[in-house]
Design a protein around this ligand. Structure first.
Ligand SMILES: Cc1cc2nc3c(=O)[nH]c(=O)nc-3n(C[C@H](O)[C@H](O)[C@H](O)COP(=O)(O)O)c2cc1C
Length: 154
């Protein structure tokens, strides 16, 4: 299964989850970190948005929750991403609080539906600013990715 992980992370929590997902997928996947630096945010998005997702069977999108929603940079990226229609998509978000899970999930679900893609899985990792990002949660993220692979490749 050809998979790609595309994510944004400011303080490193989502990045740890992204790496756990990479391990869960067996390590043989592409991983792209979106540039959240001030310079990256000012770019016209064009270099990164030319990325063609058509060779991939499944795309894992990850980011952190901001004001109970998918981070606006990831949101914009997904909206502008080409060739997403008909693709299988899995989402992984990290957020400080468990109570943002449902809002963020609904937001992500609606976004993926709008793009005509199929949501095959969603995972949310509560971090409390990294204080509660335990090995157990990272192993759960690995399992999340592993289970998606098994489901898509029976
Ligand atoms: C401006 C701002 C807004 C945030 N809003 C929320 C929120 O609404 N709900 C939540 O659970 N966490 C919120 N957080 C916490 C982050 O989502 C959380 O710390 C996340 O794990 C950071 O991921 P990162 O380390 O990959 O950047 C917010 C953080 C910032 C800086």
């Amino acid at each position: 299964m050809n998979a790609i992980i595309i994510y944004c992370s400011k303080t490193g929590n989502t990045e740890k989850v992204a790496k756990a997902i990479e391990r869960g997928l067996g390590g043989k996947v592409d991983r792209v970190k979106l540039d959240l630096s001030p310079e990256g945010l000012l770019k016209d998005f064009s270099p990164i948005f030319t990325l063609d997702v058509s060779p991939y069977d499944v795309i894992f999108f990850g980011g952190w929750v901001m004001v109970m929603r998918v981070h606006p940079f990831l949101y914009t990226y997904i909206k502008r991403c080409r060739n997403l229609e008909g693709k299988k998509v899995a989402g992984f978000l990290s957020g400080g609080a468990g109570l943002s899970r449902e809002h963020a999930h609904d937001d992500f679900k609606a976004l993926i539906k709008e793009q005509g893609a199929e949501l095959v899985g969603f995972s949310y990792t509560p971090t409390l600013l990294g204080l509660t990002l335990t090995q157990k949660k990272l192993r759960a993220a690995e399992d999340f990715a592993r289970n998606i692979t098994r489901r898509l490749n029976p």
